[in-house]
Design a protein around this ligand. Sequence first.
Ligand code: PEP
Ligand code: MG
Length: 568
Amino acid sequence: MSIQLFGVNVSRGVAIGRAVLIASSRIDVDHYYIAAEQADAEVKRLLTACDSVSGELEVLQRDLPSDAPHELGALLDVHRMLLHDEALIGVAAGWIRERHYNAEWALAAQLEVLVRQFDDMEDDYLRERKSDLEQVVERVLSWMRRSRSPADAFRGVTGEDPLVLIASDISPADLLHFKRSIFQGFVTEVGGRTSHTAIVARSMNIPAVVGAREASRLARQDDWVIIDGEAGVVIVNPSPIVLDEYRFRQRQADVERERLDRLRHTPAVTLDGQRIELLANIELPQDAAGALAAGAMGVGLFRSEFLFLNRAGSLPDEDEQFEAYRSAVLAMQGLPVTIRTVDIGADKALDRPGSHDQRHEHGLNPALGLRAIRWSLAEPSMFRQQIRAILRAAAHGKVRMLIPMIAQRNEIRLTWEAIRRAQAQLDEAGKSYGPVEVGAMIEVPAAAVSAEMLLSAFDFASIGTNDLIQYTLAIDRADEAVSHLYDPWHPAVLWLIENTIKCAIKLNKPVSVCGEMAGDPQFTEILLGMGLRSFSMHPAQMAAVKQRILRADAQRLRQPRADVLQRP
Ligand code: PEP
Ligand code: MG
């Protein structure tokens, strides 16, 4: 039966594929297709892993101290039985043979199927057996991870059915695992349009819907699924007519994309001759190549915190950060790179034990808590370490440093103190560094209202509309329950953006917008009308915005926008 689900549209386009359901805890399992002739060898790999784990458990059982509780031995018996269970291992072998999934994926996929069956059970005892199953699978996956050669992770073939990912939630850090994966689209049950998970999806340029409640309960492993990223609709088991219609739309979108692609190296100049700067937002240094290929004139926002995520507790030291920043700078071939100092906190918490963010992670209101510059100032040596790495990278190209969420005089003073101390430390250590312009991110309404005061202390400004909207309208950007209230057109939001741009122009300081509004063509004209001449967005959004710019007359757009500002 076909099922239609509604969520929040976060990344355009249509994806059609078979569902891969993944629990967030197993998100880092490799997914790739094997060649049909490798199926026997792959099944053997699975069975070898099961036998080896069974052997490990046997040793464990044999070495149990004599006074160990009897239940422990019985539990190990159950686990060993599961390792040869037809419903788990036999069916997983079937996924390998019939669908050509790699062994880890097949096992994780079958686990998902069984876990669901357990969840539906009335009997508490049986329901709890689910954790035995999960533990056994975890052991097998971990054995395979240890015994895998590095080449295994990426060997794979194409030409099989396309796949879409369905999960209850995916953290922004986990989504990075999928940046170069085989998934053609994804659906989550939670999240808002400008949650960081959605932002990373947009950077991957794959259709995505978030906040589709019950998606992972209503779709089953391997079901055909359509993701309509434009409308925010997910169709599970579509009828052949619906499937045909969406295949048609997919082809149309491909044609449109190819057409826009031709604008890649056309300068972004308005009809009245205003040259507009289009910059790229990136998450990782490797993204810089894509920015350049898309025709970006530089990086307007490098979200450096992604270097700090997915690291199981360890954080990048100064040298590692320096290498990362330098590689982005070199990749941009002389174009400027704006590195934002870490924006840790809220929906991007660290996994470092005992850190401030851990303690605050489950606090009452993480978005209003110790986040971004507040976090950096609470960790002064980490902050200086990052600043030193950024200054050193500036010896290799044009680098700008951007401070997120700054709003208070005291923060301004402490930030500059940290920069001066970092410079002094580099002088002392005899390390070379380059000049860096320092900019303020305008993301807090207080900062936008007092933009003149704030901007006089900085070299440039960048407006983070994602947070500015969140804080102005008191709407958690990651919460799908209030995503319908997240309104960039709200007069208060537009006023704050306009005020910031006006102040920057008055003070003769460069100003850019780097929030999602910059990459959404429906806002191009109003931002141009406010006097904005620099936009920073994911490379995939650049051509569509450029098209709007090429058709715009910036002078005429300067007319009062009373109609918009007074919209009821
Ligand atoms: C913003 O808030 O608009 C922004 C660009 O930063 P981030 O989305 O990373 O919070
Ligand atoms: Mg922000």
